[in-house]
Write a protein that binds this ligand. Sequence first.
Ligand code: UDP
Ligand code: MG
Length: 317
Amino acid sequence: MDKLSIIIPCYNEQEAIPIFYDAIIKTANSLSQVQMEFLFVNDGSKDQSLLKMKALAEKDERVKYVSFSRNFGKEAAMYAGLSYASGDYVAIMDVDLQDPPELLPEMYQIITTEDYDCVATRRVTRKGEPPIRSFFARIFYRMMHRLSKTEIMDGARDYRLMTRQFVDELLRLGEYNRFSKGLFGWVGFETKWLEFENVERSAGETKWSFWKLLIYSIEGIVGFTTAPLVMAAFIGIFFCLVAFVAICFIIIRTMLYGDPVSGWPSMTCIIVFIGGIQLFCMGILGEYLSKTYMETKRRPIFICKETNVAARREEES
Ligand code: UDP
Ligand code: MG
């Protein structure tokens, strides 16, 4: 019998966890031919999330939990889930039911009968989301599409079902600055995309502020393309050329018409402008450098404070 692990990252989700559990149990019942594992990852929640998970684990032995020592972010939670999951197939799902569990049987059907290593989902609408957020998201995906060789799908969710092989390869990418949407594409394999309409959160509220998303998108850019560095170099070359033409122009004009002292306002503008560009390019450089710096420290991606996974594995053996 195949085993299917579902990884559920949770951060302050005390209201959503029971609702999620009820919904996923219905789906699990329709997948009676598979053994299920529900792996909740408590990403340093400050509310009763961990207690909810423990209560579920008491009454249902398929429920496992991994609890972090603090909030490490959803990327770390997904990585932890992948490393603790023991299934032949592994899915990642948000706890707020924005990733419809009803799709799971279809995904399982596809991955077991067709030649795919991963069945991923993307939402085709963004209704219910603030318009500026959708606007910037669209710009981000369009930019990534142009700049990066790795395929990063617009509207892609982290909701996907993967084979054991796919998961093992993902786990080999042990980088500290994680941008999963890129990592999924980077490992390759055959991925089938299912589309669905955006669903609004079941309970609680979103953990992603606009600012957090912006920083996450920079993570994506720095992690998956070095194009901004090339761009900085090109801007440099362009301004050298402009300066060269300007110098020629000024020399010739001075020889023809003499050299009255004027034009200091335009000079100031030019200095400020070039200074701005230089700082901008240095910022780009700094961004790559800081990521490299964090990466060289080789800090663990997460710290697990308590879990019932290892204990259960021993029980089984
Ligand atoms: N999440 C997490 N750690 C965080 C932030 C979020 O584990 O630091 C989880 C959260 O509990 C949820 C999922 O990631 O299960 C998606 O978060 P959310 O629904 O807030 O994001 P949105 O759907 O609004 O993009
Ligand atoms: Mg959500």
